[in-house]
Design a protein around this ligand. Structure first.
Ligand code: NDP
Ligand code: MG
Length: 389
């Protein structure tokens, strides 16, 4: 890395990725500098972070919390803003080089687009933005000459394996999946799963939405679509392999048959830091992998018959157009409803499948089309859920 520091905006700083990104920035004071923090509604944590990390500006999306946040930060030298427009503008300020998109779900789409339009390098955690509008996002990023560096551990692994391989096409990639807490179970076993069981992920500590997505395997489906756009692949070049130890983070296979894998303990701080420091690796004290404790690394095939979300995501990826946007919106409503005890675990896939069946195909959606499709699908999913309960 050059002597210059990289100046960072964290969108979604109060979440799992956001708080880990702050730890990374704190550990690299010579190389990384924080400029902006944003959150949805958690002003207590946002104010605490602002006092500790002294950013230039903070944005709270929930406008009703503006006064209270301003009051909490009145003695600090920090600009306080609220609302969606402020979020979309803050990503463009001159002081920022890299925008970490760590808002969860579709809610992160517009700010991701705004950051790309402002020409900022993207450290992308918000996979849903690429799932919904991958074609649009990647084409605008190409036009603007904007780099998108993956934060998702599997995609960071692929990205790391591709270093030095610019002349060598990818034959195939293998995205590894832990299998989540219900690996090996069959449909009948999943019937009475509680949200507490689904929230108890064996290897990773993450926000609630992605933890449920991991339990249903939708996370891996979303990641396949994310990989399609990040690495320009067709769906038959993207394989999923279940690897319960989460040590091999993913694998690239080249045209001569050679495979490269990236390995390490499951810790999101490494991919976050790599997205901030690319192409360099910064010295860190992240815990090292000791093979003594991992004498067996195992791999098995996924079970898309039981974990239907995986099959639905591949179906949506193959159809393309607005269909992955339908998949994502239906999934977000279904997961929220599961977390609010309105539907059971298996009903998550049923809601998504029904929304996909009813969706009208749009081959080349605009940003406004995506906004409309997302809105309409959410309404449809809510209606389906209301009818069933
Ligand atoms: P969390 O739920 O922990 O955090 C989400 C963040 O987004 C919070 O800061 C939250 O603010 C903010 N937010 C939520 N809704 C809105 C909204 N409508 N407008 C503005 N801000 C909002 O999520 P994670 O950190 O787990 O995940 C973030 C993204 O990273 C997701 O897309 C996920 O798929 C991806 N990812 C996460 C991984 C992980 O290990 N956690 C691994 C790989 C990818 P508030 O706290 O105020 O609600
Ligand atoms: Mg991942």
């Amino acid at each position: 890395m050059s002597k210059d520091k990289r100046h960072i905006a964290i969108l979604g700083s109060t979440g799992s990725i956001g708080t880990q990104a702050l730890e990374v920035i704190k550990s690299q004071p010579e190389k990384l500098e924080l400029e902006v923090l944003t959150a949805g509604s958690n002003i207590e944590l946002l104010a605490q972070q602002a006092k500790k990390f002294k950013p230039n500006a903070v944005v709270i999306s929930d406008e009703s919390k503006y006064e209270a946040l301003s009051e909490m930060l009145k003695d600090e030298d920090v600009k306080v803003y609220a609302g969606e427009d402020a979020l979309n503008q803050i990503v463009g300020i001159e002081a920022v080089d890299i925008v970490l998109t760590a808002i969860v779900g579709y809610a992160g789409l517009k700010s991701t687009m705004s950051a790309i339009l402002a020409g900022k390098t993207i450290a992308l955690a918000n996979k849903e933005a690429l799932v919904v509008a991958g074609e649009l996002i990647t084409s605008v990023a190409r036009e603007k000459g904007v780099d998108i560096y993956p934060v998702d551990s599997e995609h960071s692994a692929i990205f790391q394996c591709l270093t030095g391989e610019i002349y060598n096409p990818i034959e195939k990639i293998y995205l590894t999946a832990s299998g989540g807490p219900f690996r090996g179970m069959k449909t009948a076993d999943l019937k009475n799963i509680t949200k507490e069981q689904a929230l108890d992920h064996p290897n990773w500590s993450m926000g609630a939405k992605i933890t449920i997505d991991s339990a249903t395997m939708m996370n891996k489906g979303l990641e396949a679509i994310e990989a399609k756009w990040l690495f320009g692949l067709k769906s038959d070049q993207i394989d999923i392999i279940v690897h319960p130890q989460s040590i091999v983070h993913s694998i690239v296979q080249f045209e001569d048959g050679s495979m490269k894998a990236q390995m390490g303990l499951p810790d999101m701080k490494l991919p976050i830091q790599y997205a901030f420091s690319y192409p360099l690796r910064l010295k860190s004290d992240f815990k090292r992998l000791d093979f003594k404790y991992f004498s067996q690394l195992t791999f098995e095939s996924p079970d898309p018959k039981t974990f239907r979300n995986l099959a639905l995501a591949y179906e949506a990826m193959d159809k393309g157009g607005n269909i992955p946007c339908v998949l994502n919106a239906a999934n977000e409503i279904a997961v929220e409803s599961f977390l609010n005890d309105k539907i059971g675990f298996l009903a998550i896939s049923e809601v998504i499948e029904k929304c996909l069946e009813k969706a009208e195909f749009i081959a080349k959606p605009s940003l406004n089309d995506y906004i409309d499709v997302d809105f309409a699908t959410r309404a449809m999913a809510k209606e389906l859920i209301a009818k069933e309960s």
